[in-house]
Design a protein around this ligand. Structure first.
Ligand code: ATP
Length: 370
């Protein structure tokens, strides 16, 4: 399977290298699949060297790959003439129709917790953020009229909402097989806006097709409160673009730092995997970046490819990676600099590869030479 790789800028390049090293170790250990990494160039450094942020042919090339793996793009020192940063990857959502933004929020052992309650160690949920419409619909096209008033428009379509909810319920089904709570919560503001009442109506229609999965409802303001009061009770949460943007940062803050925040952006024909953090120029080149968000995003990629193509070994590799990360933190095999530990990017990556290679729990389908 051909994976288009954008290392990008700053720590993006460092964490992508770590991710690829771990993916290759998983491939050796589990076997039965072969990923080939095709490096493409774009971003701020590329812009400084060439005067273009991304070439059209590069976008087309990325579109032909099985998946896109991306580090981070942007550098505050390098900007377009209008002052904006060089972040060509932001157009991928629109160009590739990546409507499902997947943001897992998991508490790993021995990582910083913001909540004192013991149950904070059980936080394990996924926020599914619609990423192509909602309150971002008129992004860049909003109107400011005569310096008197400003307008932006919210868009909710049946077509995208149906696909989004089906994705949410299927995700809950898959999580159920691994001990998930089999619950999808619809987060909206259906008590105030017709558009969100419509969103919720479609949620109910699609829920009827998944009788094994329970449904929950929450207004976005109450959800913010519940993320502080009882985040351990949630499983999959599905919501509109802006609400998802805000809630995923809030939820991410409950379980460690930016260096743990993995992300997948998935459409019908394309999928992009990247850490949720940026290029972090303040720590770039020091070797201290936490590679875990990128590595966990690589795990989301394995899981997605396994599911899409029905290849068990890829799903096994994703599960093995999850277990390795859990066990690495639990047994003190690494503690990233980001959390006050001694381990830089390379040390965390090496330790994780060791655990994968030793094998914590034998995967169900190990290659003969594995
Ligand atoms: P962007 O706008 O591109 O998302 P940003 O300026 O909002 O970027 P990030 O680059 O995500 O922010 O990072 C904010 C800060 O968090 C960084 O300056 C860095 O100190 C810290 N940080 C981000 N990612 C990591 C990481 N993987 N490991 C350690 N620290 C990180």
């Amino acid at each position: 399977m051909r994976i288009a790789v954008f290392r990008g800028d700053g720590i993006g390049a460092e964490v992508v290298d770590a991710c690829i090293a771990v993916l290759e170790a998983l491939q050796r250990r589990v076997g039965g699949f072969r990923l080939s990494f095709d490096h493409l160039d774009a971003g701020a450094r590329y812009y400084r060297e060439t005067g273009t942020d991304i070439a059209d042919e590069t976008v087309a090339e990325a579109g032909r790959a099985e998946a896109i793996l991306l580090g981070a793009m942007g550098d505050p020192e390098i900007r377009h003439a209008d002052g904006t940063e060089i972040m060509p990857h932001l157009m991928f959502r629109e160009v590739f129709g990546l409507y499902a933004g997947v943001r897992p929020v998991t508490a790993y052992p021995n990582t910083p917790r913001r909540l004192r309650d013991e149950r904070a160690g059980e936080i394990d949920m996924v926020i599914l953020r619609e990423s192509t419409e909602g309150l971002f619909h008129t992004q860049g096209r909003g109107q400011v009229i005569d310096d008197r008033e400003a307008r932006e428009t919210l868009l909710i379509t049946r077509e995208t909402s149906e696909k989004l909810f089906d994705f949410a319920f299927r995700l809950a089904e898959r999580r159920k097989t691994r001990g998930g709570k089999a619950l999808v919560t619809c987060v909206d503001k259906a008590n105030v806006f017709r558009a969100f009442a419509f969103f919720r109506k479609i949620f109910d229609e699609r829920a009827a097709r998944f009788p094994e999965i329970a449904t929950g409802y929450s207004y976005v303001d109450a959800q913010a409160l519940d993320f502080i009061r009882r985040p351990w009770d949630f499983d999959v949460l599905v919501t509109e673009n802006m609400f998802g943007d805000i809630l995923s940062d809030l939820a991410g803050g409950l379980v460690g730092g930016m260096g743990m925040a993995a992300c997948a952006e998935i459409g019908d024909r394309h999928a992009l995997f990247q850490p949720a953090h940026g290029s972090a120029p303040d720590i770039a080149g020091q070797g201290t970046a936490n590679p875990m968000a990128a590595i966990l995003s690589g795990g989301l990629m394995l899981d997605h490819l396994g599911d899409r193509h029905g290849i068990e070994n890829l799903s096994d590799a994703a599960r093995l990676l999850d277990e390795a990360v859990q066990s690495g933190f639990a047994n003190g095999r690494f503690l990233p600099v980001e959390f006050g530990g001694p381990d830089g990017t390379v040390a965390v990556t090496r330790a994780l590869i060791e655990i994968v290679t030793e094998g914590i729990a034998a995967p169900t389908t190990v290659a003969a030479d594995g």
